[in-house]
Write a protein of this length. Sequence first.
Length: 258
Amino acid sequence: MWLKMIEINIIDAFSDNYIYLIRNESKNLTSVVDPGESAPVIRFLKTRNWHLDEIINTHHHHDHIGGNAELLNIYKSKLIAPIYDKNRISDIDIYVADNDLINIAGTKTKVIHTPGHTLGHVCFYMVDEKCLFSGDTMFYLGCGRVFEGTMDQMWSSLLKLRTLPDDTLVYCGHEYTSTNAKFANHIDPNNQLLKVANIEIKNKRDKQLPTIPFELGKEKNINPFLRADDQDLINSIGLKTSDPNESFRTMRLQKDDF
Ligand code: ZN
Ligand code: FE
């Protein structure tokens, strides 16, 4: 039987950010992903009496790195961040790039460069645990706004994530699920799997529980932004195209104004 080596704790930050605190008990290692704020991380670490060994950043936005400086100051952790952001994130100890295999909290992790939201954005995939930290590239039923890259780049990045195994659990950077669900329902009203997901999502949000993590396999059938090449969805949004780049762009622009 495969015993999970790690435990992933979800910490709320700001109004809708998630910070992930990864604990490997057997190796006595603790890592944090995207600490936009330091205070809630420090508070959590204190309750468990854990040291912070590593800080991992997916991209340079303040709501993902704002807590770096204070955490580095207190814990002298190693900062792991994309080489593409070397001029925008301070004090990086370990630069990572596309396809690198690194250790996070002592477990094998693949780096996936996913430009679009920002040019330097990377996601982290824990190979044995099948956990993906998707930052602001993929959200539950959504994807990040395209700020720095092109729409085509964002679609290619989502395609890379879509190749990961169906039983991958995704930990994304924000709790945007309810608003994403509204848009998904709007453009894909006949999707039965989406209707099932809606009920689960509503139950969780009514209790103020995170909808995170979510399963990638299900997501491949219900997240419109992973289905820009699905002819049924393309027809349902009334597009006369078979070019996924065009349908992706159309959906993303519609969502921006939704
Ligand atoms: Zn961002
Ligand atoms: Fe963000």
